[in-house]
Write a protein that binds this ligand. Structure first.
Ligand SMILES: Cc1cc2nc3c(=O)[nH]c(=O)nc-3n(C[C@H](O)[C@H](O)[C@H](O)COP(=O)(O)O)c2cc1C
Length: 147
């Protein structure tokens, strides 16, 4: 059975909810899913998984700021066990900001820099994830197809 790790950083719960929605879709595709708060993940923990999904919301005004808990992990991603592995990135944001879901772009760049292989274009949720279920399901089905 393929194994997927979903790592999220979420301040008000939106990206966490999105992680759970994605996890439900993957579980329905017979993928063994582990969902973890990024605060509890250390680089290297990804080694046992076939697919790694990162979820992170965006903060800041004039520049891109990752969700607080994600910053330490992001800065140590050179040691993440994702080289040659399928990776997807998602996050919640607000399109009224200059850098809509800029954290998704930043993490995607980092994934590429450390040798991970992006399996889908990043998922950027504008507003409440409960109102974007179709978009989230379609993205989760696409990444599930990569394992
Ligand atoms: C002070 C502040 C700054 C924000 N900056 C951005 C931003 O630059 N880009 C963006 O897309 N969303 C931005 N947002 C919106 C949040 O990312 C959005 O509310 C998101 O759903 C939070 O997700 P979370 O609950 O998973 O942390 C900002 C929100 C606040 C309150």
């Amino acid at each position: 059975m393929a194994r997927a790790l979903i790592v999220f950083g979420s301040t008000t719960g939106n990206t966490e909810t999105t992680a759970e929605q994605i996890g439900n879709v993957l579980s329905g595709k017979a993928i063994d899913v582990t969902i973890q708060d990024v605060a509890e993940v250390n680089p290297g923990d990804e080694a046992d998984y076939d697919l790694v999904l990162y979820g992170c919301s965006t903060w800041g005004e004039d520049e891109i700021e990752l969700q607080d808990d994600f910053i330490d992990y992001y800065e140590s991603m050179e040691r993440a066990a994702i080289s040659g592995k399928g990776v997807g990135v998602f996050g919640c944001g607000d399109s009224s900001y200059t850098y809509f879901c800029g954290a998704v772009d930043a993490i995607e760049e980092k994934v590429k820099a450390v040798g991970g292989s992006l399996v889908a274009e990043g998922l950027k949720i504008d507003g409440e994830p409960d109102e974007c279920e179709d978009e989230i399901t379609a993205w989760a089905e696409a990444v599930a197809g990569a394992v």
